[in-house]
Structures are given as C-alpha cells and as structure tokens.
Design a protein around this ligand. Structure first.
Ligand SMILES: [Zn+2]
Length: 243
C-alpha cells in the first residue's frame, strides 16, 4: 500500500538534542536525590542513625546542640538542676577546647556530653581522614572533660557516606531527633509545640547555646513542666537508646 509521501524524518541533530536533555534531566534528578538523602535526618545510606527510640516507656531525651557557651550553660544548667533533669549536650570541639570548664561542669552535674564534630562544618564531600579527625579530636576533648558518651550528632543533620562510615569506625553511634524546636519567638508557643509533639521514645532538639536564641532558654522551664504534666520522664539520650 502506498501511503503517499513520507513525512520528513526528524533531524539526527534534534534526536541527539532530546537524548542530551533526557540525560541532563537524569543527572539533575540524581543530584536532587543525593541532596535529599544527605539532608534527610532520619535516613542514612550506610551505617545506622536513630531519630526516635521505639519504646512504650514514657521517656524522652532532651538534647541541646552547639557550644558550650557561658551564656547557654549558665542559663540551662540551673534550670535542669531545679527540675532534677539530666540532659544531653552535643558539644562542638572548637568551643569545648576554648571553654573546657563549661563541659566539665555539665559532666560533673551528671549530664551527658556528646560529640557534635570539631569545627561544625557540613560533613559531606570530605576525605575520610578529615571526618575521622573531626570526630576523634572532639571525642578526646569530651573524655578529658569527664564525658563517657559514645553518641555523635552531625552538624546541620547532614551526612552522606563518608561521615556515617567514620562515625562507625570511631565506635560511635549517630543520633538525630524527631522533635525540633519551632521557629517562634514566643516561649509559650515554643514550649507548647515541643511538648505536643513529644511521645514515648522521642528525641527533642533545642539550641539554647546561641546568644540570639533567648526563646529556647526562656521556654526551657515550660518545656520541662509540660513534659512532666504529660507523664514523660526526661533521660539522657544514651539511656533512652539503651531501651
Ligand atoms: Zn549544630
């Protein structure tokens, strides 16, 4: 059957252009997936990460990231003491080296002091030796201050492959969180949102060490009172993870 004159074939150049575009799209999608994986705080490609402990025991861990800063420690430690609560402080090696007395005080008051890297940079796309030295240097400082924790938290929650491998090689355990402080300047709303989201096995994250975050410091007594009213006991993350 003669179907008449064939339509002109698409030019080879056009086809190559389409293939190139598809390849570019795939590369872009892959890059987006890698980015997503690196920032997903509860997922890791290698090793293990804990965001929340699966338990029915009404216990949660309260974790404070960064520092130590004099402002943060002097504000937080007396509040915790008043409530008879022990918490976990993920400290930055650099800050700890500058003020080991603050870390010693936290450890002496029975809080858990744990590893939050040495320089608090994004820990992706670096050589293995860099990851290991960030972890080991900080671990040595923590132990010198009286710390016994084997927990590590990634700066900005960011990790890909090198960091989880290094954490494992250094014999530590990677811990994230499932309840994050809300972006509000109102201490009452701040505390209410944290307490509302907390459930047995939750790991809560606050940043009271930063000068600008007065909300976290002001809200802490409300958070502790709210958790108690909800029947949730606060324990250091290491003890929660042992459940
Ligand atoms: Zn941090």
């Amino acid at each position: 059957v003669d179907a008449g004159p064939r339509p002109p074939r698409p030019a080879g150049r056009r086809r190559a252009g389409l293939i190139g575009l598809a390849a570019f799209g795939i590369v872009l999608l892959a890059a987006a997936a890698v980015w997503q994986v690196s920032r997903d705080r509860c997922f890791t490609l290698v090793g293990e990460i804990t965001c929340r402990v699966a338990t029915d025991r009404p216990r949660v861990a309260l974790t404070f990231d960064d520092g130590p800063t004099p402002l943060g420690v002097e504000a937080v430690a007396p509040i915790l003491a008043r409530h008879g609560v022990r918490a976990t402080f993920f400290l930055v090696g650099e800050a700890l080296e500058a003020r080991p007395d603050l870390a010693r005080r936290l450890a002496a008051e029975d809080h858990e002091i744990a590893n939050h890297s040495y320089s608090h940079q994004r820990m992706i796309g670096r050589p293995a030796a860099w990851h290991r030295s960030e972890i080991a240097r900080t671990q040595a400082l923590l132990e010198a201050a009286g710390g016994r924790s084997r927990l590590f938290r990634a700066p900005y929650g960011k990790k890909l492959i090198g960091l989880p491998l290094a954490v494992e090689a250094e014999g530590l355990r990677m811990v994230a969180w499932d309840v994050e402080e809300p972006a509000t300047a109102d201490p009452v709303a701040y505390a209410r949102q944290i307490v509302d989201q907390a459930r047995p096995g939750s790991i809560l994250l606050m940043h009271p060490m930063h000068g600008a975050n007065a909300t976290a410091r002001d809200a802490l007594p409300l958070v502790l009172a709210g958790l108690k009213a909800k029947g949730l006991e606060v324990v250091p993350a290491g003890e929660l993870l042992a459940d």
